[in-house]
Design a protein around this ligand. Structure first.
Ligand code: CP3
Length: 341
């Protein structure tokens, strides 16, 4: 039985004494111990060695004291398992040497046997669960099919993913064929993650906000909904679609247990658009962790007052930035842990 049940209670909509807190991308980047491992092992070695991935997964719960752990991995292990090479380059980030640009490439893309190809992820989950020893829940995750397509087609990170969008609008049939394949793989992958022991899953739709409302429905949410329908009887689901405030009414009816909110949408608007029924997660601007600890405390208290203590998970509005001082991350988390109504 998991001892710290705050996250699970908030996801159930049960009453809590204070809201739970964790941070997107909390495992890594800004942590000095992570930087030491980063000097020794390249990115995918860290992901693919269960002992390393589990060690990194535990760092934030031991060093910062968050109410949940999130598995150290990456959304791009899914295209790798589908036979697409993905590298992690030092200054550039993800790099796909042969990006997808034509229908005939998509025909060759395989729906892998995830239990074989991604076994290292499930091993990392089993090991992390052992090491967490029921202190907190473990979150597993996947990218939304749209966000994964963005990288597979663009070939690298981008501000506007122009090549990926042109591909979808000029070759929609091919795009939907690719989105279907990513969706099928992601469903199998997340089911195996749940079997391996994760307690919650989060879908990251980091680039959903690049689409118009109609295109978001067609190219992104349609596939997220399929994933939610296949997983919702098996686990708790958080869906985070950055920049997609316009889709909140639709997402609130989808069967998810919580919706992630970024900092451009106020608590008031988010509660209004979701009808006040769904648990919400977010939404401090990650750059705000560069303010002083005192200022962080003030902003965090204000945020809790605005969202309310119930049906709320304190988080950032996107991933923590690499240059955040550890003491500032602690100030954020400790403010929530000391919060009393
Ligand atoms: O939340 C966690 O702490 C778990 C780990 C995690 C990573 N990536 C580790 C990582 C998670 C949840 C992700 C998700 C992810 N990966 C997303 C969705 C979330 C988001 O931020 O929008 C996306 C778009 C990716 C793709 C990706 N991976 C990018 C764009 C980059 C380079 C830029 C960066 O974030 O530094 C990565 C590399 C990556 N993934 C790093 C880490 C810790 C940094 C590189 C390194 O440590 O060598």
């Amino acid at each position: 039985m998991i001892k710290n049940r705050l996250l699970l209670d908030a996801l159930n909509g049960d009453n809590v004494s204070r809201p739970p807190v964790w941070m997107m991308r909390q495992a890594g980047r800004y942590l000095p111990d992570f930087m030491k491992l980063k000097e020794k092992y390249d990115f995918f070695t860290r992901c693919k060695t269960p002992e390393l991935a589990a060690k990194i997964t535990l760092m934030p719960i031991e060093q910062i004291g968050t109410d949940a752990a999130i598995l150290f991995s990456d959304i791009l292990v899914v295209p790798q398992a589908m036979g697409v090479d993905v590298e992690m380059r030092k200054e550039l980030g993800p790099f796909i040497p042969k990006p997808i640009r034509e229908a005939k490439q998509i025909e060759k893309i395989v729906i892998p046997d995830v239990d074989d190809n991604l076994n290292y992820v499930f091993e990392a989950i089993r090991l992390s669960k052992q090491m967490i020893d029921n202190r907190v829940p473990l979150i597993g995750f996947a990218g939304s099919p749209w966000t994964v397509l963005c990288y597979m087609v663009q070939g690298q990170g981008s501000k506007n993913f122009d090549i990926a969008k042109s591909f979808c609008f000029s070759q929609p049939e091919a795009a939907h064929m690719l989105l279907e394949k990513i969706t099928t793989t992601t469903i199998k992958y997340l089911k195996s993650k749940v079997k391996a022991g994760v307690n919650v899953i989060q879908l990251f739709d980091s680039w959903g906000g690049l689409l118009s409302e109609d295109d978001y429905q067609k190219f992104s949410w349609h596939y997220n909904q399929k994933i939610i329908d296949s997983l919702k009887s098996k686990t708790k689901i958080i869906s985070f679609s950055k920049g997609c405030w316009f889709a909140l009414p639709l997402m609130a009816k989808s069967g998810v247990d919580a919706l992630g909110i970024d900092w451009t949408c106020s608590a008031r608007n988010a509660r209004y658009l979701t009808g006040g029924k769904v648990t919400l997660q977010g939404n401090l601007d990650p750059s705000r962790l560069m303010s002083t600890p005192k200022e962080i405390e003030k902003l965090t208290k204000k945020m809790i007052a605005e969202f309310g203590v119930q049906k709320y998970i304190v988080n950032l509005g996107h991933g923590i930035l690499p240059n955040v001082p550890v003491d500032n991350a602690k100030a954020f988390v400790n403010t929530v842990k000391n919060y009393s109504v």
